[in-house]
Ligand binder design. Structure first.
Ligand code: 5GP
Length: 140
């Protein structure tokens, strides 16, 4: 399977559609999911193209995981979450729906199950959460 640059995350990277950005560095970009399965559900993507973990380069995987760790630590602190789940899907059979490599960072609370995928969130709440998380990632 090849990379299709018309995917929604490529559009976000090109600035063609908006995103609730929380962090970026030279290689990676992080933003909140608009269909959050938990408070502060974040996505981490490489700035360079690859479809998923199967065609990603060692450099893309490394850069993403370093950012995933930063975002996970910041999300736990920002939202007072005692745990965090990291998910990453490869190809449709696994549940991948956007074909640009991404890691889900999902803050978790004891006894609170993740919500279902595919349900649009409250944009004002997501914007507020993005502000809190961006502030934490910036050292706040
Ligand atoms: P996947 O199922 O491919 O691992 O996850 C794709 C994720 O992208 C889903 O959690 C979905 O809610 C999210 N998503 C889809 N379209 C958009 C969008 O336009 N903006 C943002 N921020 N997230 C999106």
């Amino acid at each position: 399977m090849s990379y299709d640059p018309s995917n929604v995350f490529a559009k976000i990277l090109r600035g063609e559609i908006p995103a609730f950005k929380i962090y970026e560095d030279a290689e990676t970009f992080a933003f909140l999911d608009i269909m959050p399965r938990t408070t502060g559900h974040a996505l981490v993507i490489p700035k360079s193209p690859c479809r998923n973990a199967l065609d990603a380069s060692p450099a893309q995987l490394t850069a993403c995981l370093l950012t995933v760790q930063k975002v996970a630590r910041a999300a736990m602190a920002a939202f007072g979450a005692p745990g965090v789940k990291i998910e990453q899907y490869n190809e449709p059979a696994s549940g991948q729906t956007v074909f640009h490599l991404h890691y889900h960072v999902l803050p978790c609370w004891d006894g609170v199950p993740l919500g279902p995928p595919g349900q649009m969130g409250d944009m004002e709440k997501i914007k507020a959460h993005a502000g809190v998380l961006a502030g934490k990632l910036a050292g706040g």
